[in-house]
Write a protein that binds this ligand. Structure first.
Ligand SMILES: [Zn+2]
Length: 120
């Protein structure tokens, strides 16, 4: 079963091929822009093209604000061979753990699904 789902929308024209996956730490989907396809603007990640056992580099950093009080959330991970390795700076329950990425299923999208490089 695929863990990554290719996103088909206008993002692809601007950002190359983008993919969605379910993040079990945040309980919502994240979107990643890859170096596949024609490439454009914004940060991109390498993707081995294997929807069942995705590997991406470099690390993925997601920052978003949760709930009415806009609590700052951090989700920082490596994706390798279909597994997601969460680093210790994650604010969610799976910080420091490595888990299998769930089979793709759209549950909910994070309000802010931008994935930035860890450059700050
Ligand atoms: Zn996450």
């Amino acid at each position: 079963m695929p863990k990554f789902q290719k996103a088909v929308d206008s993002w692809n024209e601007k950002h190359g091929e983008t993919y969605l996956f379910q993040c079990p730490g945040c309980d919502c989907s994240h979107r990643i822009s890859t170096t596949l396809g024609k490439r454009k603007e914004g940060p991109t990640w390498t993707f081995n093209g294997d929807l069942d056992k995705p590997t991406c580099t470099p690390s993925l950093l997601v920052r978003w604000n949760y709930g009415q009080d806009q609590t700052k959330q951090v989700c920082h991970s490596f994706i390798k061979d279909g597994k997601i390795q969460y680093l210790n700076d994650c604010t969610h329950k799976l910080a420091g753990q490595t888990v299998e990425i769930p089979d793709w299923e759209m549950k909910s999208r994070c309000d802010v699904d931008v994935i930035g490089e860890d450059n700050d």
